[in-house]
Design a binder for this molecule. Sequence first.
Ligand code: C2O
Length: 554
Amino acid sequence: GITRHFQFDIKLQNVTRLCSTKSMVTVNGKFPGPIIKVREGDRVVVKVVNHVSNNVSFHWHGIRQLQTGWADGPAYITQCPIQTGQAYVYNFTIVGQRGTLWWHAHVSWMRATLYGPLIILPNHNATYPFSKPYKQVPIIFGEWWKANTEAVIKQALQSGAGPNVSDAYTINGFPGPFYNCSSKGETFKLKVKPGKTYLLRLINAALNDDLFFSIANHTFTIVEADALYIKPFETDILLITPGQTTNVLLKTKPQIFAVATTFLMAARPYFTGQGTIDNSTVIGILEYETLSSSRSSSSNTSIKNLPIPTLPPINGTSFVANFTSKFRSLANSQFPINVPEKVDKHFLFTVGLGSNPCPKNQTCQGPNGTKFSASMNNISFTLPTTSILQSYFLKKSDGIYTPDFPNFPTMPFNYTGNPPNNTNVSNGTKVVVLPFNTTVEVVLQGTSILGAESHPLHLHGYNFFVVGQGFGNFDPAKDPVNYNLVDPVERNTVAVPSGGWVAIRFRADNPGVWFMHCHFEVHLSWGLKMAWIVLDGELPNQKLFPPPTDLPKC
Ligand code: C2O
């Protein structure tokens, strides 16, 4: 590999969408942010210089960061944020990974505008497990907020209520023609040639929404999830949760069209919760190249007459369950997998919403006058004032965290009952400490506290195998019998089904402090998060490197 240098200048930029102009925090003035394109084996060096008044930090979502936990990025977990006027260099090597990942800010809600694709090409001599695509196209879903998202979450946390919602969904930053006041340049257009295979690199960077996606009259072949090859399967509609990436092959129709032929692509949310949601639809255009280029561009009005691809209903849980069950690792001799068969440590973490008492002298607008919170094992995680990794590595006894995150719920209850009989949430900065190389199984059990809802759970520093999932309460006597240990999908972000559970396994072979959290930004803010400390191994190459000298201070 070679060393590739990038510079991220964090600065304000005016961006206009839907007739409103917003001064937003950007990387190098771009929205969405720049594409980082590297190759397997490369060293990636990104210098971040913060010219704005907000704190920033950057996460390279899905990068394993073997021994380089200081470059992982979540604020107050692996580093203090980069303050105004400061710089920090993220330096890491891509080991044994290829595919589509992404990068985003990892402090407060700054990732609303600070995100972009991170594309890892395979080794020069490596072959794809599918025929080489004619072209590759990153497609990154996001949200457009007229409001300042930092003000939105600040207000929500103060009032205890659910936050406001965005004004539009976006494809590569564009909301498309179906929103009020959308101008012609605000629609993403993909121009294609007939009879070719395109690799679409899909990324869901939306703050708070799972999205369905489809292109009218076209079929996708899904070939990769979270930068890991899967057994290909065909589908007309796909679901992608925040944090997930999905590579699909799109075969264009074989004809040479005499006039422009245009098809709509559409994305809109899957939502099982009870709060408010933006259920609008973002539209993009798939346009075939024609012989006469003069007739190729279509107007907004003609676009509005085209058929919108069919998408499941907003609460389409049966589609989602069927769709997610189709993901299987390739698991062949060229791309073998290594599922831990023997588990050293079992965990069951409940995942869900909850509420906290309203502080005296405040009025709260959450459920029954309380404040919304979210928790794992009924613990709402509070971020410390300095980073856990620093405190752990420097062996400080500053008490910023405690190693007593419970392996199982301390008071088991009927998790998915209606209503569940345990809604108590306590606050803490609790972690689980794992010896190097421990094999781990975590059952992530959704709860119906304040309503069941699907949660995209993301683990930093690892990929994990999804060995089982189901609805209702996990049954330790019956459910493991049906685990798939042959070709389970391997990923870094998994949806805990609404009112159900998912079981994941991984081997703790990467020392450091690793965040695990719901990738809905609102749930993250409410405390649906925890951290693992994985201890060093015996050998020098099993140890975390010391921190870089420019590591920001709190
Ligand atoms: Cu993509 Cu901790 O996040």
